[in-house]
Design a protein around this ligand. Structure first.
Ligand code: 4NP
Length: 154
């Protein structure tokens, strides 16, 4: 099973999702069965490590994001990954535009798995530190929900 998290820049929300979900998958004993990656709809930050504030907030919950590097979403991702999960509606619109007709991937919002369909992980980039804490809390809830879903699908 391959899961890809998508946001705008791939330096705040989706690398946080990648790190938190990987940690949760390891805790659940599913590390051998699930591959995880993240990317951005935009290209501005390609090659960069996650935003220092995102790294700091994640470290506060025991998760190290320092090794991650931003990349841009491609058409091929919709063939390679089983789940392509966006953080907000703008991400989702851009994802649907790029998704090729032969993709069989589940394309949707990550927070649908937190039991809050339609809810968005708001962009924390221009806000304060509490925005990054909120991002982590929402992502932890959605990660738990996605793990339950994947276990049922096995
Ligand atoms: P992300 O946050 O999509 O969660 O990585 C953002 C990062 C950078 C920008 C916007 C959002 N930006 O405009 O550069």
């Amino acid at each position: 099973m391959k899961v890809l998290f998508v946001c705008l820049g791939n330096i705040c929300r989706s690398p946080t999702a990648e790190g938190v979900f990987r940690h949760a998958i390891e805790q659940a004993g599913l590390a051998d069965e699930v591959e995880i990656d993240s990317c951005g709809v935009g290209s501005w930050h390609v090659g960069k490590a996650p935003d220092a504030r995102a790294q700091q907030a994640a470290l506060g919950r025991g998760i190290d994001l320092s090794g991650l590097r931003a990349r841009q979403l491609t058409e091929r991702d919709f063939i390679e990954f089983d789940y392509v999960l966006g953080m907000d509606q703008d991400n989702l619109c851009a994802m649907h535009e790029l998704k090729p007709a032969n993709s069989r991937a589940h394309v949707g919002l990550f927070l649908d798995f937190a039991g809050t369909p339609g809810a968005e992980v708001a962009d924390p980039y221009y806000g304060g530190d509490e925005g990054f804490e909120n991002v982590l809390t929402m992502i932890e809830a959605a990660s738990a929900g996605l793990i339950q879903h994947l276990k049922r699908e096995r």
